[in-house]
Design a protein. Structure first.
Length: 161
């Protein structure tokens, strides 16, 4: 039987699959408060033609609306991939106390991979992190997505005269 935490990460993965269905990098996020999901988001950068359309930013916007406040002090975020600098900054600004991260991003992650903005002592808020929940499944989803992109690019290259 799944724990409530696994249920939330599973929903984040469902959000990531929505991104993948649009041809977007499959990244999903949910924000939980008091045992229910109050914010969901998935990567929509290419679809919305916006640098800001990351899963975490979309979920934070929805959660803030649901809470009627910019502070998300009693919430937990579940995200399929380690947040980038922008999203890590938004997490700190929203005062989210805990972020559960499925897999790390060694090229752009800001929860410990490249830098660690979530535990920066100089900031007025630090965030607890839990890393690895359903990490293999999320990592596999990303690897398969990028493998498919490379194969499509190769096919397109080969079909050119």
């Amino acid at each position: 039987m799944r724990t409530p935490e696994e249920k939330y990460m599973k929903e984040a993965m469902r959000q990531a699959k929505k991104a993948e269905a649009l041809g977007e990098v499959p990244i999903g996020c949910v924000i939980e408060y008091g045992g229910r999901i109050i914010g969901r988001g998935y990567n929509r950068r290419a679809t919305d033609k916006s640098t800001l359309a990351h899963a975490e930013i979309i979920a934070i916007r929805k959660a803030c609306k649901a809470m009627g406040d910019w502070r998300l002090e009693d919430c937990t975020m579940y995200v399929t991939l380690e947040p980038c600098p922008m999203c890590a900054g938004a997490i700190v600004q929203a005062r989210i106390p805990k972020v559960v991260i499925a897999c790390m991003n060694p090229k752009a992650g800001c929860a410990g991979s490249v830098v660690d903005l979530l535990h920066q002592k100089g900031f007025n808020h630090q965030t607890e992190t839990e890393i690895g929940m359903m990490g293999e499944e999320c990592s596999r989803m990303l690897k398969e997505f990028f493998k498919g992109l490379r194969e499509k690019k190769q096919k397109d290259k080969e079909s050119q005269p």
